[in-house]
Design a binder for this molecule. Structure first.
Ligand SMILES: CC(C)(COP(=O)(O)OP(=O)(O)OC[C@H]1O[C@@H](n2cnc3c(N)ncnc32)[C@H](O)[C@@H]1OP(=O)(O)O)[C@@H](O)C(=O)NCCC(=O)NCCS
Length: 167
């Protein structure tokens, strides 16, 4: 276990994901995008994640990076990932756990991991919902983008944070 952030029933454990977590991760992503608070329309959310992801290309994408999961009361309530070159590919928290202190410990564990990997820059394509959360973690906006997904266009921000190597 990488981190146990508090004591008691609400404590959050952070650990590396294993293959056995992939279905739960996929479900958390679907739930976060489709059922959580959002600044995107229903059509935009459906285009982003039409159904819980699965299949070979999904598994290969997960396998190509380090994924940390946050566990509360035995359930995966969120996950975040570190891909090559300091890229944070995923950041998703279940709607029922959003705003309850899961994002920060997950992010801090990702930053520690990046420091251990001697990364000096973390960057992310942040959704409109994620931008204030990454801002609170010290990220700044480098670009505003509009991406096409299916027949929809979604606004998002490219953000970065320069980090120092952990000695
Ligand atoms: C984006 C997402 C991962 C953020 O997780 P969350 O649990 O909702 O995040 P929180 O609201 O707890 O915010 C995280 C931190 O940022 C801070 N924060 C958020 N909005 C803020 C604002 N407007 N001003 C100042 N601080 C803010 C929070 O206070 C919190 O800091 P704390 O731990 O010190 O309290 C989550 O909402 C989600 O999964 N959304 C749907 C999918 C998505 O958009 N994923 C991102 C893909 S890039």
């Amino acid at each position: 276990m990488l981190k146990d952030c508090s004591q008691g029933a609400d404590s959050i454990d952070i650990r590396k994901a294993t293959v056995g977590d992939y279905d739960a991760i996929s479900d958390v992503m679907f739930d976060a995008v489709r059922n959580g608070r959002s600044e995107y329309t229903e059509e935009q959310r459906r285009a982003w994640v039409s159904q819980p992801r699965n299949g070979t290309s999904w598994t290969e994408r997960l396998e190509s990076q380090t994924i940390l999961v946050a566990i509360r009361a035995g359930q995966i309530v969120g996950f975040m990932s570190l891909a090559a070159n300091g890229y944070i590919d995923f950041a998703f928290i279940r709607p029922s756990a959003q705003g309850t202190g899961v994002f920060r410990p997950l992010y801090e564990a990702i930053e520690k991991l990046a420091q251990r990997n001697e990364e000096t820059r973390l960057w992310v394509h942040a959704s409109l919902m994620a931008q204030p959360a990454f801002d609170a973690m010290g990220f700044t906006i480098t670009k505003k983008e509009t991406v096409e997904i299916g027949d929809q266009t979604l606004d998002r921000f490219e953000m970065e944070k320069l980090i120092s190597i952990d000695c």
